[in-house]
Ligand binder design. Sequence first.
Ligand code: GLN
Length: 466
Amino acid sequence: AQSALAAIESQQAINAFLHVDPALTLAQAQAADALIATGNAPALAGIPIAHKDVFVTRGWRTTAGSKILANYVSPFDATVVERLQAAGAVSLGKLNCDEFAMGSSNENSAFGAVLNPWDTKSVPGGSSGGSAAAVAAGLALGTTGTDTGGSIRQPASLCGISGIKPTYGSVSRYGMIAYGSSLDQAGPFARSARDLVELLDPMTGFDAKDSTSAEQCGAEANAAGRVRRAFDAHAQPADADLPLKGLRIGLPREFFGAGLAEDVSAAIHAAIRQFEALGATAVEISLPRTELSIPAYYVIAPAEASSNLSRYDGVRYGHRAAEYTDVDSMISRSRAEGFGAEVQKRILVGSYVLSHGYYDAYYLQAQKLRRLIAQDFQQAFTQCDVIAGPVSPTVAWNLGEKSNDSVAMYLADIYTLSGSLAGLPGMSIPCGFGAGPVNAQRPVGLQLIGNYFDEGRLLAIADRYQ
Ligand code: GLN
């Protein structure tokens, strides 16, 4: 913990951390030392981690990257925070992110952009950019993040580390500041699949405080130990020379079309050849509504966001305008001052698609598409065991390159949104680098998507490759 705190101090320019409190961290570390001395310490005892600033924490401020929550301190810990602490992990503090997790480049944070440690001219991805950059820069062994439409997989890919979004419902959303509640799911970032198991396993499990928490995962209860057991079971290959023998990897035609950069495509194909060398068979599949996942997502997510963000009214939480004439002007001024441009845009879009006369044309249509997209995946899983493809159509782009063009930014989410709409587990593992100078290499991530509650197997497959 001490050396991690020193590293954070020396790497402030990356802007990955929003709040640190060394005294609090070191007190947790001492408690972990005492546990370790008993010889009966939990698995993560003393391991320094950090949380995306959308998980509420008792000791540290929680801002969700927004000015509206700039001074907010929660009276309780999110379930994810509580469970990782119970597993012995030591918290280093809170990580920068796009405001209310809206973004793909971490340039929407009210507290400044995060820089990608591989090439500080480039973005780390978003919205969990601080979480990915902190692991990539060696500031923490693991971090937490949230993924609504790609915010774990995409920054993991752009920062050359590993990250997993588990099945919707496997990790509690209690104490996670809401963006799009039917899509939001927490998960970990780390350097390897094996490290992800150590973090995801204790995070996982039913929580009565989250109304969409899954109690059962197939025949099994949703509890800590589930991910690790599945990982261990799949990590024992029948054939040591061909550890992935019999595994069918589905390659969706729509993930390899025009729009995929050549350097990314080359790295993904090289990774698939390596899977084949390990015994897997590649099969071509189709996810015919891949392109439609963009408009469907960018209707549903803002609709839910507009509803979730109505709680920031200057009365109960966060910023209140200094000057106002009546209650209405107090609310509207507080919101106008507190929310950034992208958040305001999404509140407008969300309110519009939910309003009378437009609901049927937009929101209902998007929900129907969502169902069809989920069905397409089930059809695909009759032909393959796991789906593989790119996470992002390009390597990390330059800071500022897309920040004035929301649509270009939304289009870059094409390979992550459909899995989110279907609620499926997905991960990103590093699989090479794009074209570019060796002193400023930009990483490429391979996406693996599994069927519901198959995160243990996904991690075991990733571990074979790594
Ligand atoms: N880029 C997507 C968005 O802006 C996804 C963000 C996320 O997963 N939190 O909504």
